[in-house]
Write a protein that binds this ligand. Structure first.
Ligand SMILES: [Fe+2]
Ligand SMILES: [Fe+2]
Length: 371
């Protein structure tokens, strides 16, 4: 018998006793006792107290007070308890989930709700993409039919804005990068929920604007005037990036580097990543340890994972590989792998599927081959 059933039976037994002659006699004696009379007087006063409370709640100060309480940890816990009672669920489970949501950073965290199948690709590094790996990933996504797509950073290399030494032949390709990003977004346009989270390469856009702003007359009167002429606030760097890459035109939402997406009620987060370790899985682990949340990252261009069990709860962190050329001219023998990730979400739970692109450009999933 569960707790709810036991409570229901106890309530019925009590009601039966009250209706019985013995119960009625007990009630009569209690009403006439001092204790009973005091209880009655208290009861009669209660509505007045309630009225006063209702009047206070209706005032601006009362509303503000209530709003503070409702948004506090205590208030949210109470909501969670009430929800749990209504649904007859285990308190602990719901409170744990609520706690996970409470540490969301409203500035940088963005919920991706209502999605059940999410595909994730990252580190394409246009114009240094590997066309075969990218095409294969896109074909697999078409087969998987996701209702959400996340482009998890370093989609555009922003090579012209790099501080590293560059081959002169690779300079002046910003417009090509924009065009390739547009082609990609167009291809993914049919997916209902679409998000692009910036990586450190997209962040070069911000860094250059900040740096240039410190030179001579700031960003340059002329550039400021041009941006204003296009209806842009020259200081709103993310919006200049969105507009330059036509992101809104394809129904994507763009969040800059350092922002993260929350899936499965905040129990899984997705962000580009800000550390890189030497071995496969080590970068995932470093991010898990820093963030304390299950997390998917790109950035290291590798394809590892890390799992740990904490008192029966399995936590994990995953690296999503890359879709860039594996032999760029500026690195010797990089330790990179091609791949993508799909995520099946069900309420607060999720399942991460790492899909490696095997040598010879093959994806093999459940006995089905793509190449
Ligand atoms: Fe990258
Ligand atoms: Fe990166």
């Amino acid at each position: 018998m569960d707790v709810e059933e036991a409570r229901r039976r106890a309530r019925e037994a009590q009601a039966r006793y009250r209706r019985s002659p013995k119960g009625k006699e007990t009630e009569r004696r209690y009403q006439q006792s001092d204790k009973g009379r005091r209880a009655k007087a208290r009861h009669e006063n209660t509505p007045k107290r309630k009225d006063a409370r209702a009047r206070w709640n209706a005032t601006a100060a009362g509303l503000a007070n209530y709003s503070r309480y409702a948004h506090s940890e205590q208030g949210r816990m109470r909501d969670a308890r009430n929800d749990a009672n209504r649904k007859g669920q285990d308190h602990k489970v719901l409170l744990e989930q609520t706690r996970a949501r409470l540490i969301q950073d409203p500035e940088r965290g963005h919920a991706m709700g209502g999605v059940k199948k999410v595909a994730l690709i990252s580190d394409i590094q246009f114009p240094f993409e590997d066309p075969r790996a990218l095409e294969l990933a896109l074909q697999y996504i078409e087969f998987y039919k996701p209702d959400g797509i996340i482009l998890n950073g370093d989609i555009a290399d922003c090579h012209d804005l790099s501080d590293y030494d560059r081959d002169p032949q690779d300079i002046g390709k910003t417009l090509l990068e924009v065009q390739k990003c547009r082609d990609l977004m167009k291809r993914l346009q049919h997916i209902p929920t679409k998000i692009w989270v910036g990586g450190n390469h997209e962040d070069r856009w911000r860094r250059v604007i900040w740096r240039e702003s410190q030179r001579r007359a700031g960003l340059g009167e002329v550039l400021s005037v041009i941006l204003s002429g296009f209806g842009l606030d020259p200081t709103d760097i993310d919006e200049t990036f969105r507009r330059a890459f036509y992101i809104g035109e394809y129904g994507f939402k763009y969040w800059p580097y350092g922002h993260y997406i929350e899936l499965a009620d905040g129990n899984l987060i997705v962000t580009h990543g800000f550390m890189s370790r030497k071995h496969s899985g080590a970068t995932a682990r470093a991010h898990y340890e820093r963030l304390g949340r299950c997390v998917i990252i790109g950035h290291c261009h590798r394809f590892g994972s890390y799992t740990t069990t904490k008192m029966g709860d399995i936590h994990g962190a995953w690296e999503s590989g890359c879709l860039a050329l594996l032999n760029p001219k500026w690195i010797q023998f990089p330790d990179w792998q091609h791949g993508l990730i799909t995520i099946d979400v069900e309420g607060p739970t999720f399942h991460v599927n790492q899909i490696p692109i095997l040598p010879g450009y093959v994806i093999s999933v459940d006995g089905r081959k793509f190449n």
